[in-house]
Design a protein around this ligand. Structure first.
Ligand code: SAH
Length: 225
């Protein structure tokens, strides 16, 4: 067995590939990918696979950390800026939250909701260990209700859902600020379309289809459908 390549080198190669594929386009997304150590967010037995461009299982939770190319597509479409307030539904490992925290900086914040307690603990630990604990607030709960739950205030510059929805939860639309972006995979269990909604006014959105994708299901509570 040869000496395995250092993680930093593997990270650089992954970023180079994602740039060549035209998925990483902006300097801010590139810097975030170069900085956040994916090996600190994957499950212990997957560390060696941290820089493969594939989704990886999060232990026995039946959830996954998304593939880097999908995270890159989402981050570019979110058009994040320093100081933004972001809501993420589906914290999982905390990896995408850390990337977003890197871009919005300490002037901004990322609230990330997760429904599985084991993953809330896992993500919190990963985010603390990598220095993003102050910028990312991990919340246990049903992300379909937004945060604070059921608030109808326009709170966030950006809202992103990292699980597949059958419909777009109304509280997530409400909590997106005017001019803000809501990014969400919508469709059936086996394939979805990543939709980008730009909020024009209280109940008017400009909708664009970004790409076809496959995410684990968003567990939607009946109440909000
Ligand atoms: N962004 C994550 C990927 C998470 S996969 C990462 O970078 O690792 C999607 C996550 O959404 C899973 O952890 C799943 O438990 C969570 N999820 C599904 N439905 C949810 C809901 N209604 N509220 C909050 N989290 C939910």
């Amino acid at each position: 067995m040869g000496v395995s390549m250092a993680f930093e080198e593997r990270r650089r190669i992954l970023v180079k590939n994602l740039k060549e594929e035209g998925l990483i386009k902006s300097g801010s997304v590139e810097l975030a990918f170069l900085k956040v150590p994916r090996e600190k967010f994957v499950w212990e037995d997957e560390v060696e696979n941290a820089y493969l461009d594939i989704p990886l299982p999060l232990g026995k939770t039946r959830q996954t950390i998304s593939a880097p190319h999908m995270v890159a597509i989402m981050l570019e479409e979110m058009e994040l800026k320093r100081g933004f307030k972001v809501l993420e539904v589906g914290c999982g490992s905390g990896y995408s939250a850390a990337l977003m925290a890197e871009i919005v900086g300490s002037e901004g914040c990322v609230v990330s909701i997760e429904r599985i307690p084991e993953l809330v603990e896992f993500a919190k630990r990963n985010l603390e260990a990598t220095g993003y604990g102050g910028t990312v607030k991990v919340v246990l709960g049903d992300g379909c209700l937004g945060y604070p739950p059921r608030s109808e205030e326009e709170i966030y510059d950006r809202v992103v859902v990292t699980a597949a929805a059958s419909t777009i939860p109304k509280y997530l639309k409400k909590q997106t600020k005017q001019g803000g972006i809501l990014l969400i995979p919508v469709g059936g269990p086996w394939s979805q379309t990543l939709k980008k909604l730009v909020k024009i006014s209280a109940d008017k959105f400009d909708v664009k289809d970004v790409t076809e994708c496959v995410f684990v299901p968003l567990i939607e509570s009946d109440e909000v459908l």
